[in-house]
Design a protein around this ligand. Structure first.
Ligand SMILES: [Zn+2]
Length: 73
């Protein structure tokens, strides 16, 4: 058995925890939906595709829209 210097771990002593797919899948889907919602509000929440009436959301996200290269005006 390999001896380690005081306070250090050898590569054989390090174990990386694994996360089963069944546990991470719902969170991955949830995160993906949040990202799609964020992309919608930054990129398409204006004009005919607007879900929220008025220009408040558009103006609030205006700089982010230009920063990410979405067409605006
Ligand atoms: Zn603009």
């Amino acid at each position: 058995m390999a001896q380690s210097v005081a306070g250090t771990l050898t590569p054989q002593q390090i174990s990386i925890p694994t996360i089963p797919l069944q546990e991470i899948l719902p969170w991955a889907v949830f995160g993906g939906l949040l990202l799609l919602l964020a992309i919608y509000f930054v990129g398409a929440e204006q004009g005919a595709t607007s879900l929220i009436h008025g220009r408040t959301v558009h103006e609030f996200l205006h700089d982010g829209r230009h920063l990410l290269g979405f067409p605006c005006h």
